[in-house]
Ligand binder design. Structure first.
Ligand code: SF4
Length: 157
C-alpha cells in the first residue's frame, strides 16, 4: 500500500474512532428525546439519480417516495414515528442554518465518516445530541447504508 492510501486509512480510522465514541457517549440521552424533537439528515448521494423524483428545495431535496432507493423507506419510518423533519442534504454547509431554524434536540445523520465527523463537531457546539450512521459504501453517487441498522437507530427510544 502506498503512503497516500495509508494516510487515507489512518484518517478514516481516526474519524471512525471519534464517531464511535460520540455515538456511545450520547446513546442513553439520545433515546430519551421525543421523536418530535429529532431531525434526520441523509446525503443526496444515496438517491437513485437516474430515477429520482425528489423535489429540489435549494440546499436539500424532499423525497417524493418513488421507492427507487432506500431513502423512501427511511423517510416513511421517520413520518410514521413522528420525526420533526427529514432532509436529503446536497452538502453539509447548509446544516447549520437548518439547525438554527428547526432547533432540534437530537439529530440522526447518515454520511461518510469525514462528513459525519464535521457534523458532530458542529452539533457539539450547539449542544445537540447525535447518532451517526456511517455509509456502507461512500462516494459521490450510488452510496449505500445498512437499512436495518438505520431503522434500528431511528427507532431508538
Ligand atoms: S425514493 Fe426519494 S430519494 Fe429515492 S430515488 Fe425516489 S424520490 Fe429520490
Amino acid at each position: 500500500m502506498n503512503v497516500c492510501l495509508n494516510f487515507k486509512k489512518i484518517n478514516k480510522n481516526n474519524y471512525q474512532n471519534f464517531i464511535n465514541k460520540k455515538n456511545q457517549s450520547m446513546f442513553n440521552k439520545f433515546k430519551l428525546v421525543d421523536f418530535s424533537d429529532r431531525v434526520i439528515f441523509v446525503p443526496h448521494c444515496m438517491r437513485n439519480t437516474k430515477m429520482c423524483k425528489a423535489k429540489d428545495e435549494g440546499s436539500y431535496y424532499t423525497c417524493m417516495q418513488c421507492n427507487e432507493c432506500k431513502i423512501a423507506e427511511i423517510f416513511s419510518l421517520s413520518k410514521e414515528l413522528g420525526y420533526k423533519k427529514f432532509y436529503i442534504m446536497k452538502g453539509g454547509k447548509a446544516i447549520h442554518n437548518i439547525l438554527k431554524h428547526e432547533k432540534p434536540k437530537a439529530i440522526i445523520g447518515i454520511a461518510c465518516f469525514f462528513e459525519g465527523a464535521q457534523a458532530i463537531k458542529m452539533t457539539d457546539k450547539e449542544k445537540i445530541l447525535v447518532q451517526f450512521i456511517p455509509l456502507l459504501k461512500d462516494g459521490c453517487c450510488d452510496t449505500d447504508v445498512d437499512l436495518e441498522e438505520a431503522k434500528k437507530i431511528i427507532s431508538l427510544k
